[in-house]
Design a protein around this ligand. Structure first.
Ligand SMILES: Cn1c(SCC(=O)Nc2ccccc2)nc2c(=O)[nH]c(N)nc21
Length: 274
């Protein structure tokens, strides 16, 4: 299999990889204590590993519309201990951040992917990751989290999102970053209506073909699942599994999910039938 740089790992490319979501934000557990947070995160990561996860996505700041901004120091305090604790866990680690300072620390800590919902647009982001071999995920977001869902409108959402991702790829490769490190992501729910999200999902293979870069898809438990199932966020497992299989069918190379064990099993059955 071709070796796509993924930090230390030579991850398989003949099947879609499962990225498990590891939130290290206080609102993702009860008492908010610092050490409880670290313990909780490590236990959750260990469970995902037992469940068959390929990549663990560590995030210290919620990007939900209306979520409070997290100061850099606080995000560092939440995320870095988890990165060091997971360094030798045997799975790829990605860090979900748009802050260049955290990217720099994460690269030094040896992470295998930087997952940037802002597609490395922050000043200093490219410099922070250039001299490394970690994978880089470029995600599309309309405007910014606070306003992106107000009235998302596009003349042609697939064309515009593809153009945005092409521009970001061009900027990073022009800065000397090896194209083989790059992943693209349409950013489901980041400034899109449900219709926009499904149009982008269906266009996955087209985007990969046009941009020559593999695709990461994050649908798990999102409103695009809720809209077609009528289910609240805590009852979206089945819908999310359908979404994961749809993403695989439409060319995703990584699916970002909350429910690792269930998704791993669903993909095993899917691949048994290919
Ligand atoms: C960090 N991050 C997020 S956070 C939003 C989220 O999960 N909301 C959400 C979670 C649970 C329920 C409802 C909404 N989504 C993506 C994505 O789609 N792609 C990439 N690359 N990174 C991502």
């Amino acid at each position: 299999m071709p070796h796509f740089p993924f930090g230390r790992f030579n991850l398989p490319r003949e099947r879609t990889l499962v990225m498990g979501i590891l939130n290290v934000t206080p609102d993702s557990f009860s008492d908010g204590g610092q050490f409880a947070a670290l313990d909780f995160a490590i236990s959750h990561a260990e469970q995902m590993i037992r469940d068959g996860v390929d990549i663990i996505d560590v995030g210290g700041e919620s990007t939900r519309p209306g979520a409070p901004a997290v100061p850099l120091e606080e995000e560092l305090r939440r995320v870095l201990p988890v990165l060091f604790a997971l360094r030798d866990c045997g799975r790829a680690i990605s860090v979900d951040t748009y802050k260049p300072e955290l990217m720099r620390e994460a690269v030094l800590a040896g992470v295998d992917m930087i997952n940037d919902v802002n597609a490395f647009r922050a000043p200093g982001a490219i410099e922070a990751v250039r001299d490394s071999d970690c994978a880089l995920c470029l995600m599309h977001m309309l405007d910014k989290p606070a306003t992106m869902q107000d009235k998302p409108a596009y003349a042609d959402v697939v064309r515009e999102v593809t153009a945005f991702l092409r521009e970001r790829i061009d900027v990073l490769t022009s800065a000397g970053i090896d194209r083989r490190r790059l992943w693209i992501d349409p950013g489901f729910g980041f400034g899109k209506t449900v219709e926009h999200n499904y149009a982008l999902l269906k266009a996955g293979r087209q985007m990969v073909a046009e941009l020559g870069v593999p695709l990461l898809a994050g649908l798990s438990r999102k409103s695009m699942i809720g809209a077609v199932t009528g289910k609240p966020v805590e009852q979206r497992l089945a819908g999310s599994l359908g979404g994961a299989l749809a993403a695989v069918a439409h060319g995703a190379g990584i699916v970002r999910v909350h429910d690792v064990a269930e998704t791993v099993d669903a993909l095993k059955v899917w691949y048994a039938a290919q």
